[in-house]
Design a protein around this ligand. Structure first.
Ligand SMILES: NC(=O)c1ccc[n+]([C@@H]2O[C@H](COP(=O)([O-])OP(=O)(O)OC[C@H]3O[C@@H](n4cnc5c(N)ncnc54)[C@H](O)[C@@H]3O)[C@@H](O)[C@H]2O)c1
Length: 327
């Protein structure tokens, strides 16, 4: 089977193009971009691809069997529905959608078209350091995890994110750390208690919370504290501390190491390891082509992750702890 793909949006979408074109059985035929300046550049850069501003050029083309959605967050939902209607496999940048009702609708429509595969790009699962940590830790020994998504790029809040209705930093940032923790310990939380703040952005065009922190309660008496920190003076960083019975595993600006018996044992695997990120998209494409290939992320895990994010939003608006309802 050959994969003929289309990519919508050419910010992070350009990374999707690279990942898809690198595999021998897949390539990008169409790029859809709405910014006229970018269209000019794309036409010069990708001479053997169709560059268009009309997304319907993709849906009308029956040779396209995969669509990679890297548009702004508020386009994802409608573009997913179109992919389902026109029988195209779907790669969608996180977040899949911005409302719980949309998530339920996507699930319902996908359940009627079982052959269509959908995958959302949660890149930390292929990070070399985190893969190593996953092997080293055991959930039975863990009592607390701190996982902080520190954006270090505050100015990005004031572009399309400020204009997007229902934009959420949980869905846009913290989602990566929630997915990382779920995957590291192979569990999903039962309760969420979240707190948010707009203190650092209140006199700006960004009208939502620019910082939030949530306590998630997992089975096996594991507590986690996960923050979406979009305003810190910091590097763009996925900071992690895993506290276990015998040792503490740390990734922070000081380095990556295990603290055990008052000794610092360095961890040697790569972080941020950006070159491996394309492996996730490539694994998804391999799963479409070969049914026997094991997916790095199951569809159910993606719906569960989104359910957790929406529970965090609910906790923020109700100002109390909520039970997470998995759709
Ligand atoms: N997985 C990750 O680590 C990761 C990282 C960055 C961004 N993202 C996600 O990717 C998406 C895009 O973010 P970005 O950082 O690339 O933004 P960006 O502003 O850098 O680029 C987005 C591009 O898409 C184009 N675009 C937007 N909507 C479009 C549409 N409907 N049709 C055609 N073109 C459209 C814009 O003109 C722009 O050129 C967002 O959903 C974001 O959350 C994910």
């Amino acid at each position: 089977m050959e994969i003929k793909a289309a990519v919508i949006g050419s910010g992070i979408g350009e990374k999707h193009i690279q990942a898809i074109d690198e595999l021998k059985f897949s390539n990008v035929k169409i790029i859809c971009e709405t910014d006229p300046k970018k269209i000019k550049i794309l036409k010069k850069k990708y001479r053997n691809k169709v560059v268009t501003h009309r997304e319907n050029d993709i849906f009308k083309d029956s040779s396209i069997n995969l669509v990679s959605i890297a548009s702004y967050d508020d386009f994802h939902y409608k573009q997913i529905l179109k992919c389902i209607r026109y029988n195209k496999h779907i790669i969608v940048e996180k977040p899949m959608c911005l409302k719980l009702s949309q998530l339920k609708e996507i699930k319902k429509r996908l359940s009627k078209k079982k052959k269509i595969k959908l995958f959302s790009n949660l890149v930390l699962r292929v990070n070399n350091l985190f893969l190593d940590l996953k092997k080293k830790i055991k959930s039975k020994d863990i009592y607390f995890i701190e996982a902080d998504y520190i954006w270090g790029r505050k100015n990005k809040l004031f572009g399309w994110r400020a204009k997007t209705k229902n934009y959420s930093i949980t869905l846009g940032a913290g989602i990566h750390m929630i997915d990382l923790v779920n995957w590291l310990i192979d569990l999903k939380p039962m309760y969420a208690n979240a707190f948010g703040s707009n203190k650092m952005t209140k006199n700006t065009t960004f009208k939502k919370n620019s910082f939030n922190v949530v306590i998630l309660e997992y089975p096996k008496k594991i507590l986690t504290k996960i923050s979406s920190n979009c305003v810190a003076h910091y590097d763009h960083f996925h900071e992690l501390k895993i506290f276990t019975k015998n040792a503490t595993y740390i990734n922070n600006l000081q380095g990556k190491f295990i603290y055990k018996d008052k000794k610092v044992i360095p961890l040697t695997r790569n972080y941020p390891d950006k070159k491996n990120r394309k492996k996730l998209i490539q694994n998804f494409i391999e799963c479409i082509v070969k049914n026997s290939k094991k997916p790095i992320m199951q569809l159910k895990e993606q719906f569960d992750l989104m359910s957790i994010c929406f529970a965090i939003e609910e906790s923020l608006s109700k100002k109390r702890k909520v039970k997470i309802n998995y759709i």
